[in-house]
Design a protein around this ligand. Structure first.
Ligand code: NAD
Ligand code: MG
Length: 389
């Protein structure tokens, strides 16, 4: 029986992971499930999957979690230290599906046990890619990509010599505002930004799709995960979102990965890797779909893409600063305090101020330094917000 833990079990990726695990209960022993405020869901899943422990990131939710698990023999805990302790429990396969930079420390704790880490939490690669890779190497742990584009690249690279790769193309749906007139973006509401044309995801990543901050994170993730040079990585707008990524080789061949809009494909690929096995995902009827279309990305509409190119060149702690600036700006947009285009303005402004102080971004990539730059960046975003016209 494989021992499995799911960090961020109550979220969109976590629930899709549970769907796959629950279909074969005899194959898995669930060690830890973690969530935040949604403790009713967390407790229900912990009971259904007979987990050893359920952990909420939210201290105030512990009494509810304890009450929901009373008499089941399942341990309950709360807080950051408990999350890390749960992630460090011996397991064979751990899903990293917490949203945001909060996923970094638990993911590292899982890698330190030598577990295979299925990485949906792209932010940990963006904030601390070199630390993630070094920790995995040091503990003989394997990192498997779950983001659909990165799973697609990973699959297209199977059996290939990575030195023969010329370029990597990750696709973007274009999100909610793909076809909006540019001048209308200033009036975009949170609700409008929270609806995705093709995927059903958590609210934050859905808004990040409309702004392409999600694609910006994925560009950086591609660089960090696979080690390609920034000049080798491209974004292509593909409204149907059926091709997730393409890998171009020296001989001109372009290997495209085509799959349904269902994260259970990428999750299942990481769960069963290196084998392929049946997954409950729809089979595409390409004749019915008829056509796949592509557009060059419009940098005026999606300034986040240029910011990503900048961050890929800067490296060091620039990824952590970029992610924190993005997260904080997104908080302000969701709270109704800034307009949609202000998110990219704030991120650009704060990065600009940081590169002027060279020592800030060139400190070594450690958990402490990532936390420090994250904290500082959020303060700088708030300061910059106060000066927005
Ligand atoms: P979500 O918001 O649906 O779920 C997030 C999970 O993290 C929940 O379990 C929540 O309780 C937990 N959480 C939130 N804040 C936390 C904190 N501070 N500390 C600990 N736990 C916390 O998000 P999601 O859409 O499932 O995305 C999860 C990750 O996967 C993100 O990094 C996202 O970018 C990535 N991802 C998601 C999709 C998708 O289709 N949803 C696709 C590719 C990558
Ligand atoms: Mg993706």
């Amino acid at each position: 029986m494989r021992r499995i833990s799911i960090l961020g079990a109550t979220g969109s990726i976590g629930q899709s992971t549970i769907d796959l695990i629950a279909r074969a209960p005899d194959a898995y022993r669930v060690v830890a499930l973690t969530g935040a405020r949604n403790v009713a869901q967390l407790a229900r899943d912990a009971i259904r999957l007979r987990a050893e422990i359920a952990v909420t990131a939210d201290d105030a939710s512990l009494p509810d979690l304890r009450a929901a698990l009373a008499g089941t023999g399942i341990a309950a805990a709360a807080g950051q230290a408990a999350l890390i302790e749960a992630a460090a429990r011996p397991a064979d396969w751990v899903m990293s599906a917490i949203v945001g930079a909060a996923g970094l420390a638990p993911g590292l704790a899982a890698l330190q046990t030598g577990a295979t880490l299925a990485l949906a939490n792209k932010e940990s690669m963006v904030c601390a890619g070199p630390l993630m890779l070094a920790t995995a190497a040091q503990h003989n742990a394997r990192l498997l990509p779950v983001d659909s584009e990165h799973s697609a690249v990973f699959q297209a690279l199977r059996g290939e010599d990575i030195a023969t790769v010329e370029r990597v193309i990750i696709t973007a749906s274009g999100g909610a505002f793909r076809d909006w007139p540019l001048e209308r973006l200033a009036t975009a509401t949170v609700r409008e930004a929270s609806s995705h044309p093709n995927w059903d995801m958590g609210q934050r990543i859905t808004i990040d799709s409309a702004s392409m901050f999600n694609k910006a994170l994925e560009l950086i993730e591609t660089r960090e995960f696979f080690g390609f040079a920034p000049s080798q990585i491209e974004v292509l707008v593909h409204p149907e979102s059926l091709i997730h990524a393409m890998v171009g080789f020296r001989d001109g061949a372009l290997m495209a990965h085509i799959g349904p809009h269902d994260m259970r494909h990428a999750i299942g690929h990481a769960l069963h890797w290196p084998h392929r096995t049946d997954l409950p995902v729809a089979r595409l009827d390409l004749a019915a779909i008829g056509a796949l279309t592509f557009r060059a990305p419009d940098h005026a509409r999606w300034p986040a893409l240029r910011l990503a190119a900048w961050v890929m060149d800067l490296r060091g702690l620039a990824g952590a600063a970029f992610n924190a600036a993005k997260e904080r700006s997104l908080d302000h947009f969701i709270a109704g305090q800034i307009a949609f285009p202000d998110m990219a303005r704030l991120v650009a402004d704060v990065l600009d101020r940081m590169v002027n102080d060279a020592s800030l971004l060139s400190a070594p990539i450690t958990l402490d330094n990532v936390a420090a730059i994250d904290h500082l960046t959020r303060i700088m975003v708030d300061e910059a917000k106060a000066t927005l016209a």
